[in-house]
Ligand binder design. Structure first.
Ligand code: SF4
Length: 254
């Protein structure tokens, strides 16, 4: 049985052809945009930071930045990682990651404002209670806030920051809330928290049980649509330049 994720649903909605390459044909990614590469390294460093902080060993900011550069050098492959915005040097993105981490570190040091319940935590759940609509996701950080609310934190390293209205309708973290309710209680208070590291800002949103029920129905509808699909048409969009299959796609569908 297929296990769905927010990324899997989003890929189908954005471009069925990309969905086919990625999830039906399971073609390996041919390239990776440098923005995503940098975001992964920042996530890895923040994961490690909270693991150390949880053991009472808070690394210094220079140690955090040193670790970021070490992860970058370990993973960087100039044949695979691509700078889409031509003329922008790789160092620009590398430094952007440094600034994201510096901001976060200075704002939240000594990382004791709340209780970390999990970092990079996998959550598995099903939407209908019968196991027919299985889903999974990975939460950047699960937190018990000062007021006792369970918070679902997500780090964003891109420049774009959605409006509050868009965040109030965001699917990804709301799905994670659905997934956490069995563990942390259906009547507990939850908060969705996005950290826009490049913008030095964070945003929050909440969902009522009625909103979550509606989300569950909508998501089941999307999964039904995907399961019924027999063709995966090309749907060009503003993110094509960052698509890992762009070269193949443009060759097959000029
Ligand atoms: S390059 Fe664009 S149209 Fe082609 S598969 Fe990727 S997202 Fe779809």
């Amino acid at each position: 049985m297929t296990i769905y994720s927010h990324s899997r649903l989003a890929s189908f909605e954005k471009c069925p052809k990309q969905f086919e390459y990625r999830y039906i044909q399971e073609l390996p990614a041919e390239r990776e945009g440098i923005e995503a590469f940098m975001g992964k390294r920042v996530h890895e460093v923040l994961e490690r930071l909270y693991e150390f902080a949880g053991q009472g060993m808070i690394p210094s900011l220079p140690q955090v930045i040193f670790r970021y550069h070490a992860f970058w050098d370990e993973h960087y492959d100039d044949k695979r990682v691509q700078v889409v915005r031509k003329g922008t040097p790789v160092s620009h993105y590398r430094n952007l990651g440094v600034r994201c981490l510096e901001y976060y570190y200075r704002r939240y040091h000594p990382f004791d404002q709340d209780e970390t319940l999990g970092v990079e935590e996998e959550v598995k759940f099903d939407l209908d209670g019968n196991g027919d609509y299985a889903m999974r996701g990975v939460i950047d950080r699960i937190v018990r806030g000062e007021d006792g609310a369970i918070e679902i934190h997500d780090y964003k390293t891109g420049r774009y920051m959605p409006s509050q209205k868009e965040l109030n309708n965001d699917r990804q973290l709301a799905l994670y809330q659905l997934g956490l309710r069995d563990q942390y209680g259906h009547d507990s208070e939850y908060r969705l928290v996005w950290h826009y590291l490049q913008r030095h800002e964070f945003r929050t949103s909440t969902r009522s049980n009625d909103q979550l029920d509606a989300l569950r129905e909508q998501t089941i509808g999307v999964i039904n649509e995907i399961e019924a699909a027999s063709a995966y048409p090309v749907q060009r969009n503003r993110l094509c330049d960052w698509c890992e299959y762009k070269d193949r796609c443009h060759a097959e569908h000029p």
